[in-house]
Design a protein around this ligand. Structure first.
Ligand code: UD2
Ligand code: MN
Length: 564
């Protein structure tokens, strides 16, 4: 049986996901062996490969001399689907154990080559770019705590095979005191075979901040490049990051983070997000690139400014990172360090860029394996420290009670650092970096919006597109007039119905378009885009957009926000 193979030796027209489990085991035998051989050429030269079918062994021919990787599950970033109910008891136990230990599908990861190819998700324009010959070298730092063996190896493999070796000073693994057996001797043996790989061990569980700092102290390159221990770096990921650092020594730059599905390990392209500060929890969140930031770049292949960064994957100059006071070691275990560094960068003379041509896929999990049980409060505590140091007077909109040193520890040292670095205020960040941020309670007007007839603007239905109505004020919602001139309640903003001329509320778009209003002379609610005023309808039930007449049905009472 002859079958054609493509130029990398992969069989054509074969859905690798259809391979029966017993065949798969054979094909994957090489992956089970931690000996991964020479990174430069990890393929084998074969003239055929074998697949079992019942009792027969079928030989499949390969063009002579062509590098051959046997067809494998999950190759090219494809999904691997396993139906747990079809597994026998033994396998089912492994499947469940994987989820329990890692909060992702370790069982599926074990079926996938640690050397799999992944899709090239870069824009065409990225590939046309030439990179400078003399880029600075990176020390790549990967912290982990009990990472799944197959996942950790795939991370390391993707780094080593897809990074030009002259740009890598070393890859430093920092073990945050794992207790799983594979993280001990087997990992040491694996590391000892690869020249550029180092392994350092924390002597007690330290959390990712201290673990990263231990890695930093071993780093010899001018650039630090941090990665999580469950990623896959794609072709050409490193050069754009180093180029940004070479051009902007005071920037931190992150790749575009694509998604490794936690259930199937399929790789999906990210839609192009930026990082923001979700003020209510003072923690990191994603949002699609805002129109304002999109307009600031010339090409889709240019880096985009980002108000915050996710925190796990980024490059920064080592000397600059140290000058900036590295991390707050009072931040325990997980969380907070990303916001602290983001605010510090923007306020103290640096900045954050996301490079869309650098692609690294990351396993996003639904819940953290590190913040269970008595650790569930860690993020709250960490965020409080960061807010206390960086939010200035805006911290009053975050803290329900004053900052408690007993509970969260002293931040005096971090406040001194901030003073020493001579940083801007949080208000400056709002004006210059992220004006779109919603800080509940900080708006100029806040409360019920009441018409002359004594009724208030209410949202009777959560259906998008359904009209806001005038109701009994005891039932109505308070609305806030924000810095972006939105009229807002949580994530919903006043907007005009596309066809009809009545008032609705829609998800806030962070763009000053149809959601932008003015409150004129404490009376009129003016809509600049349509040059009209909010008007109580003649039946007293809806609010419509009409030419401004100053008639009684256009006069609204809305309390000044005394907090402001
Ligand atoms: C994000 C970041 C992560 C970190 C975190 C906030 C990305 C893709 N990920 O959440 O890097 O900034 O936000 O803190 O930007 N680890 C330890 N010791 C611990 C806990 C974790 O070494 O006590 C390691 C862990 O193995 C992993 C890394 O730290 O490699 C980040 O942890 P995560 O993957 O749970 O964080 P993630 O991606 O949810
Ligand atoms: Mn992660």
């Amino acid at each position: 049986l002859i079958e054609t193979v493509d130029d990398r030796g992969r069989a054509l027209n074969q859905d690798t996901n259809d391979i029966r489990p017993e065949d798969k085991n054979e094909l994957l035998a090489d992956d089970r062996d931690p000996d991964i051989g020479n990174f430069a050429d990890h393929g084998q030269i074969l003239d055929h490969y074998e697949v079992t079918s019942g009792n027969a062994i079928i030989k499949k021919a390969i063009k002579p001399g062509v590098r051959f990787d046997p067809p494998k599950l999950g190759e090219g970033g494809r999904a691997v689907k396993i139906v747990p109910t079809e597994l026998d008891e033994n396998e089912r136990a492994k499947f469940d154990e994987g989820w329990k230990n890692h909060e992702y599908n370790e069982y599926v990861s074990q079926q996938i080559s640690t050397q799999r190819e992944i899709p090239d998700l870069r824009n065409r324009k990225c590939k046309e770019k030439q990179h400078s010959e003399s880029l600075p070298k990176a020390s790549i730092i990967i912290c982990f705590y009990n990472e799944a063996w197959s996942v950790l190896l795939r991370t390391i493999h993707s780094v080593l095979t897809r990074s030009p070796s002259h740009l890598v000073a070393e890859v430093i693994l920092v073990d945050d005191y794992s207790d799983m057996a594979l993280m001990k001797k087997p990992l040491e043996e694996y590391v000892s075979r690869i020249a550029k790989l180092r392994l350092i061990r924390m002597t007690k569980r330290s959390g990712l901040v201290r673990a990263r700092l231990a890695g930093v102290s071993e780093a010899t390159g001018p650039v630090l490049l941090f990665l999580d221990s469950h990623v896959e770096c794609a072709e050409g990921w490193l050069e754009p990051l180093l180029e940004v650092i070479a051009d902007h020594p005071k920037a931190a730059v992150t790749p575009e983070i694509d998604v490794i599905d936690d259930k199937t390990f399929a790789i999906q392209a990210s839609v192009g997000n930026i990082g923001v500060l979700e003020f209510k929890s003072f923690s990191f969140d994603w949002t699609p690139i805002t129109p304002r930031l999109r307009r600031l770049r010339n090409s889709i292949a240019d880096p985009v400014m980002s108000p915050t960064m996710a925190g796990g994957l980024f490059a920064i100059r080592k000397d600059f990172f140290i000058d900036m006071g590295t991390y707050d070691v009072g931040l325990e275990l997980w969380g907070g360090e990303n916001i602290e560094l983001s605010l510090k960068l923007w306020l103290c003379g640096g900045g954050i860029l996301i490079h869309p041509c650098s692609r690294v896929a990351h396993i996003f999990r639904e819940s953290s394996p590190y913040l269970k049980g008595d650790k569930s409060n860690v993020l709250v505590k960490n965020s409080a420290r960061v807010a206390q140091v960086w939010a200035d007077e805006y911290r009053n909109f975050f803290f329900k009670e004053p900052y408690d040193e007993e509970k969260y520890g002293s931040v005096a040292e971090r406040q001194e650092l901030r003073a020493k670095l001579n940083c801007h205020t949080f208000g400056w960040y709002l004006d210059h970096v992220y004006p779109e941020m919603y800080i509940k309670g900080s708006g100029k007007y806040l409360g019920l919006i009441q018409s002359k007839s004594g009724k208030c603007i209410h949202r009777p239905s959560s259906e998008p597109d359904s009209p806001l109505t005038l109701s009994d004020c005891r039932k109505a919602l308070p609305w806030e007039f924000t810095r972006m001139n939105e009229i807002r309640s949580s994530t919903l903003c006043f907007d005009r119905h596309q066809q009809e001329q009545f008032l609705i509320s829609q998800a806030c778009t962070l763009d000053n378009s149809t959601q932008s209003f003015q409150y004129v002379k404490n009376e009129l609610i003016y809509h600049p885009v349509t040059k009209s005023c909010l008007t109580e309808s003649s039946d007293g039930f809806y609010i419509t957009f009409q030419p401004c007449t100053l008639a009684n049905n256009q006069l609204w009472k809305w309390p000044n926000n005394l907090n402001y």
